[in-house]
Write a protein that binds this ligand. Sequence first.
Ligand SMILES: Cc1cc2nc3c(=O)[nH]c(=O)nc-3n(C[C@H](O)[C@H](O)[C@H](O)COP(=O)(O)OP(=O)(O)OC[C@H]3O[C@@H](n4cnc5c(N)ncnc54)[C@H](O)[C@@H]3O)c2cc1C
Ligand SMILES: *[C@@H]1O[C@H](CO)[C@@H](O)[C@H](O)[C@H]1NC(C)=O
Ligand SMILES: *[C@@H]1O[C@H](CO)[C@@H](O)[C@H](O)[C@H]1NC(C)=O
Ligand SMILES: *[C@@H]1O[C@H](CO)[C@@H](O)[C@H](O)[C@H]1NC(C)=O
Ligand SMILES: *[C@@H]1O[C@H](CO)[C@@H](O)[C@H](O)[C@H]1NC(C)=O
Ligand SMILES: *[C@@H]1O[C@H](CO)[C@@H](O)[C@H](O)[C@H]1NC(C)=O
Ligand SMILES: *[C@@H]1O[C@H](CO)[C@@H](O)[C@H](O)[C@H]1NC(C)=O
Ligand SMILES: *[C@@H]1O[C@H](CO)[C@@H](O)[C@H](O)[C@H]1NC(C)=O
Ligand SMILES: *[C@@H]1O[C@H](CO)[C@@H](O)[C@H](O)[C@H]1NC(C)=O
Ligand SMILES: *[C@@H]1O[C@H](CO)[C@@H](O)[C@H](O)[C@H]1NC(C)=O
Length: 530
Amino acid sequence: MKKVVSLLYLIVLLVSISDAKATKPNIGNFLECLRHRTTPQNPINEALYTPNNSTFLSSYISYAKKKTYSSNPNVTKAIAIVAAKHESHVQATVVCSNSNGIQIRIRSGGHDFECLSYTSSVPFVILDMHDLRSITVDVRNKKAWVQSGATLGELYVKIAERSKTLAFPAGVCPTVGVGGHFSGGGYGNLIRKYGLSVDHVVDAQLVDANGKILNRASMGEDLFWAIGGGGGASFGVILSWTINLVDVPEIMTVFKVNKTLEQGATDVLYKWQLVSSKFPRELFVRAMPQTIIDWTGNKTIAVVFYAQFQGSAKKLVEIVNKSLPELGLKREDCHEMNWINTVTFWNNYPVGTSTSVLLDRPTSQSGPYFKNKSDYVKKPIPKEGMEKIWKLMLKFENVWMQWNLYGGVMDEIPANATAFPHRKGNLFKILYFALWSDVNNTALNLRLMKELYQLTEPYVSSNPREAFLNYRDIDVGSNPSDETNVDQAQIYGSKYFLGNLKKLMEVKAKCDPENFFRYEQSIPPVRAIM
Ligand SMILES: Cc1cc2nc3c(=O)[nH]c(=O)nc-3n(C[C@H](O)[C@H](O)[C@H](O)COP(=O)(O)OP(=O)(O)OC[C@H]3O[C@@H](n4cnc5c(N)ncnc54)[C@H](O)[C@@H]3O)c2cc1C
Ligand SMILES: *[C@@H]1O[C@H](CO)[C@@H](O)[C@H](O)[C@H]1NC(C)=O
Ligand SMILES: *[C@@H]1O[C@H](CO)[C@@H](O)[C@H](O)[C@H]1NC(C)=O
Ligand SMILES: *[C@@H]1O[C@H](CO)[C@@H](O)[C@H](O)[C@H]1NC(C)=O
Ligand SMILES: *[C@@H]1O[C@H](CO)[C@@H](O)[C@H](O)[C@H]1NC(C)=O
Ligand SMILES: *[C@@H]1O[C@H](CO)[C@@H](O)[C@H](O)[C@H]1NC(C)=O
Ligand SMILES: *[C@@H]1O[C@H](CO)[C@@H](O)[C@H](O)[C@H]1NC(C)=O
Ligand SMILES: *[C@@H]1O[C@H](CO)[C@@H](O)[C@H](O)[C@H]1NC(C)=O
Ligand SMILES: *[C@@H]1O[C@H](CO)[C@@H](O)[C@H](O)[C@H]1NC(C)=O
Ligand SMILES: *[C@@H]1O[C@H](CO)[C@@H](O)[C@H](O)[C@H]1NC(C)=O
């Protein structure tokens, strides 16, 4: 045991030594190195923003999806943004940052819940991937190739342009970037039938700490395994993914039905917990408890049930009427459509909206403040627990939860098949989501969120209390930007990765022993001890 501790200590020491050079980043040398490492055919100037460019701030903000940037002192530490237009820009940024002791943060869609793709407390360079967004779809072989900077919406529309019966299992929100999303698992409403995005990734291109471009064959199975759920940013810069597409019927069905507390929401949702994990795997039902103002002007809770079904409305009504008649689903609540239209429906666009809305890349300007957290639930939450939750939710200005159904194929894929570990035995996953409009209410809302997380503790996974990497939460543990403490990393690492953490640390020690690819919740390089 003593040996283990001293070995870990040695590694921490090494990490601290490499930090020493990070304290004096030389931006001049970095820029010169970039020019030296790129060619006039693919000029770096068009991709490069420094704080003295008039467009530096707008470039920064355009992919900062969380609106707190203006009040976060850590953003001002960005010394340059490289919005790569060519693979060589990515390679040069990695090599030149590494050789000049400058940290990088990699940003694709910029949806990180805690802004870790574009903030740091030490000087850093943002490597922005949003212009590397090509997609090719090969219908015959049911495959696609997609660059990291593409959004889910762009991928979905491209697939749908080519086929009405092919799809890809990934998240609901169209503006999410595939770079961060797939490398954290990638979860959406096809999960019960097809699992996660990473279950369908068959190859990837990655730039390693030496600036080399690797593919699955040249990076090896262990590193390929690690970037499939372990988060890309601990291992390298992912340039692109090759994915297998999945079959869906031409006609699918969706509904959105809600129940307030007064309409028996607690009973319906309790029953949903008992029966839904046994629904056919073609059916996904998300329940969203949330605060609403009712028609009398009173604040109450409503639970909105969203469904996506790979089949007809008739069949869907039969299934729900049989196992969850309390929902009172009617045929009129159901809408039949192609898969791509189910995506717009799930994003709350009215039925019939053109799917071109899925291509929007809105720029964040200002708006509400957020805090999100996650949990995994393995046994039904009793009604009294639900009632306690509602009571606390009513204290927030605005709070939602998503109860995202598990089961189906997720119960069949081993926890170590990919680096994403949360598989068998989960009934559903919770996303907590608080938003408020006045910055002065931040402390209050963060405190309420903490209270809610404490309140739900007895009802959710424990030892460890699991968390979902893609629903990044800084409260589960973190390190300062300039130091990777192994003990601390094991705290957040065990919640995000469970039993897969050990192998992830070993892969990291092999592919990036100097810990160049690091951030506040990265995986530390720790070699196997015995
Ligand atoms: C509105 C919204 C809806 C969401 N819906 C879902 C959902 O339905 N299902 C789900 O699973 N998740 C969902 N998420 C979470 C989302 O999957 C994660 O935030 C994901 O990491 C976002 O990827 P990104 O590229 O947009 O984010 P970024 O902020 O760009 O990156 C997130 C993380 O990945 C790293 N990273 C990004 N690109 C690369 C790259 N090319 N190479 C290496 N590392 C990289 C970043 O450094 C950072 O650590 C949602 C998030 C938001 C804000
Ligand atoms: C930003 O400024 C640098 C140096 O002043 C210049 O080389 C680069 O082209 C500018 N970038 C853009 C996008 O205007
Ligand atoms: C912008 O900043 C870079 C690096 O600090 C410097 O080399 C360059 O001269 C500056 N350009 C302008 C136009 O101020
Ligand atoms: C929290 O999650 C919701 C739903 O996915 C999302 O719209 C919101 O942007 C997230 N908050 C942050 C801070 O990313
Ligand atoms: C619930 O449904 C009613 C009418 O069906 C609708 O007016 C209301 O906005 C819905 N509430 C939510 C939270 O979706
Ligand atoms: C509104 O809420 C108040 C306090 O909870 C309650 O006394 C009142 O009856 C409610 N009004 C209606 C119309 O339900
Ligand atoms: C649901 O089932 C009940 C009884 O089995 C039946 O009377 C009712 O018509 C069904 N409703 C729908 C919408 O199918
Ligand atoms: C997963 O664990 C099993 C049993 O311990 C082992 O046989 C298998 O090789 C592991 N798979 C991976 C991909 O590590
Ligand atoms: C927040 O508080 C500050 C200082 O008390 C005040 O100036 C500001 O107007 C407040 N903001 C809002 C949106 O009320
Ligand atoms: C800035 O970074 C430091 C160190 O990583 C962290 O403790 C602090 O919370 C960050 N501040 C904000 C506002 O994100």
